[in-house]
Design a protein around this ligand. Structure first.
Ligand SMILES: [Zn+2]
Length: 69
């Protein structure tokens, strides 16, 4: 055992977007993983899969709209 290799398992990025929850306005924990992203609201526990794109070095997060019946 040589200890953990930071390159081996650290293939995701976590960040927090303040007041970004479209459901309650709470802080959103965003996890970027290869092939997608997951968002989790700290306040209301709402889970979503936003579409994250990076254009000219600016990250854009597109939240899927909640369906209205
Ligand atoms: Zn929320």
């Amino acid at each position: 055992m040589l200890g953990h290799d930071p390159k081996a398992k650290h293939d995701h990025h976590d960040l927090t977007i303040p007041s970004a929850c479209t459901s309650c306005g709470g802080d959103l924990e965003l996890r970027l993983v290869p092939g997608g992203s997951h968002a989790y609201c700290i306040s209301c526990k709402w889970l979503s899969r936003p579409r994250v794109t990076v254009r000219n070095g600016i990250m854009q997060v597109a939240q899927p709209l909640l369906a209205e019946a």
